[in-house]
Design a binder for this molecule. Sequence first.
Ligand code: SF4
Ligand code: F3S
Length: 112
Amino acid sequence: MTFVVTDNCIRCKYMDCVEVCPVDCFYEGENMLVIHPDECIDCGVCEPECSAKAIFPGTAPGLDYWLALNAKYAPVWPNIATKRDPPADAKAYDGQANKLAKYFSPEPGLGD
Ligand code: SF4
Ligand code: F3S
């Protein structure tokens, strides 16, 4: 199994998760990150690092959409293993409802 990044990462993108991943399997979109399901070793250390509580074990119920989204974009977005400053307005978006429909961008981020 893999861990998975979900809705509340969008426009928060705190990036504390990338600092702890032992296999550097985070990939960066314009306004969120995803985890590569074939590279994640299921260690779980990233989950408590995310203050937005956006990371879950892929075995949790109801995550089919997010498992597919992580698997779709991880191979096409650039790798990121070094934390940068989060967006200046990250806090304003933390916890908003329906961020996927309102704000998701399929565009790649900068990567390392
Ligand atoms: Fe990386 Fe472990 Fe998180 Fe998977 S569970 S993304 S290997 S820190
Ligand atoms: Fe996103 Fe949380 Fe990482 S907000 S960038 S999953 S620390």
